[in-house]
Design a protein around this ligand. Structure first.
Ligand code: GUN
Length: 280
């Protein structure tokens, strides 16, 4: 029997706790405020931004949603970020990635004040995370830790293999797992003998952006499988990076797609915005 890790349900619980915290803040005259900036017309980004906005409104966070034209210059974006960095009424700033090619993501990431960096992407926050003294967390890895904890899945001492080395998921996931005393391996597109390594995993986190790439051959029986993928297959159906049918009665736990990691990512974004507002 494979247990599905219900991120949708846990995210609902997280949001209802956040509602109480935003009510407390509002009673003190503090309205938690999150600025979400999207540049251009990436359809996936538009869906994420819409979901973020809906979740914010539900928990009592005011979301300021800015959709800039795809022709926006880097200087224009930086000026806007600076304006919100200075604005004490704004607690979180998020610039949705990817950005159009005339804008350097690294420059933008570094321009957001580390104190308002709800994504945890600023190099200062990345450094603090890797040193084991986190001040801000990337939302997806944090959501995964919360989901594992909710099901009492022990991480300390476990072999954790992370497929994918992105700045958004793979690398910060590795840091968080090390902070929680796991033994961590990161694999990527140049890894040799991939399946031999992933089969060592007690917990396998997959964030490679390749639909249904991970089959039974990659997974030790009884492993915990966390699927971060969101892909559309040939029939247009939403699928993860893991072949779900292969995992049933093979993995001990599996995050479904949809309804696993995705809702937790957004819930953690809301949580971090509330935490920043509480610190302000
Ligand atoms: N694009 C894909 N995931 C994310 C995320 O978590 N934050 C931002 N800002 N952009 C993204």
């Amino acid at each position: 029997m494979t247990v599905l890790l219900d991120g949708k349900k846990l995210a609902t619980t997280v949001r209802s706790k956040l509602k109480e915290r935003t009510a407390t803040l509002r009673a003190k005259g503090i309205i938690p405020r999150l600025v979400v900036i999207m540049v251009g017309d990436n359809s996936a980004s538009a869906v994420y931004v819409r979901n973020k906005k809906r979740a914010a409104t539900e928990v009592g966070i005011e979301a300021v949603d800015l959709h800039l034209p795809g022709t926006t210059s880097q200087d224009e974006l930086l000026a806007l970020i600076d304006q919100y960095n200075q604005d004490p009424k704004v607690h979180g700033i998020l610039v949705q990635l990817p950005l159009p090619q005339q804008i350097d993501e690294k420059v933008v990431t570094q321009a957001i004040s580390p104190l308002k960096d709800v994504d945890g992407f600023h190099p200062m926050n990345v450094g603090q995370l890797f040193m084991g003294t986190p001040q801000a967390f990337p939302c997806t890895p944090r959501g995964i830790m919360e989901l594992l904890a909710a099901y009492d899945i022990e991480v300390a001492g476990k072999n954790v293999v992370i497929m994918g080395r992105s700045n958004i998921v793979g690398r910060p996931m590795a840091a968080l797992m090390v902070n929680h005393d796991a033994t961590v391996t990161i694999t990527h597109s140049k890894t040799q003998n991939l399946a031999a390594i992933t089969r060592q995993a007690d917990i396998l986190v997959v964030a490679i952006g390749r639909g249904e790439f991970v089959t039974k051959d990659f997974v030790k029986p009884g492993a915990v499988v966390v699927d971060v993928g969101m892909n559309h297959n040939a029939e247009g159906k939403l699928v993860g990076d893991v072949k779900r049918d292969d995992m049933l009665d093979h993995a001990s736990y599996l995050t479904p797609v949809p309804g696993g990691v995705g809702p937790m990512t957004i819930a953690m974004l809301m949580q971090q915005t509330v935490e920043f507002a509480e610190r302000s």
